[in-house]
Design a protein around this ligand. Structure first.
Ligand SMILES: [Zn+2]
Length: 154
């Protein structure tokens, strides 16, 4: 019963917390490592957007990501947001961290969600339980790719 109560308590908290409880080892450096990892991914993929935000304070209208209303937050990461501001969500969900669909770090997140949180369910359920703290344009494509490569589901 204790375990059930604890799981319920975790579910009541934010998606961010759920994700950390689910994915992390007991290493206290984990959050820092994760932040660093996401930072590297974003620099690799969105360097010009990050530079524009730092130097111009805004994205160029020619950026393919212009409509996502990207901004840098105190964690140093690129977040999408604006249109979700009024939604009754946690901060992490209102301003999700942008991740590219074709990066192996994003793939690891999807795989872990598919295996541990979705219990090897199909695409729609895996998508539904993805951590809301992330925004992955073309994420469906990545989920399909992960499912295709899943040894349990095959
Ligand atoms: Zn599977």
């Amino acid at each position: 019963m204790f375990v059930a109560n604890r799981v319920a308590a975790i579910h009541e908290q934010s998606e961010v917390t759920q994700w950390r409880h689910m994915g992390s080892t007991s290493n206290p450096a984990d959050d820092a490592t994760r932040g660093l990892m996401l930072d590297c991914v974003q620099w690799e993929y969105y360097e010009s957007e990050i530079k524009d935000l730092k130097e111009l304070g805004a994205l160029r209208k020619t950026s393919p990501l212009f409509l996502l209303e990207l901004h840098l937050r105190e964690d140093g990461l690129l977040h999408a947001g604006g249109w979700l501001e009024r939604a009754p969500l946690t901060t992490g969900s209102k301003y999700p961290v942008l991740l590219p669909w074709d990066h192996h770090v994003t793939e690891l997140i999807v795989r872990e969600t598919h295996e541990n949180k979705a219990g090897h369910s199909g695409r729609d359920i895996t998508l539904a339980v993805m951590p809301h703290e992330f925004l992955v344009p073309k994420g469906r494509r990545l989920i399909e790719w992960v499912l295709k490569g899943c040894h349990v589901c095959r």
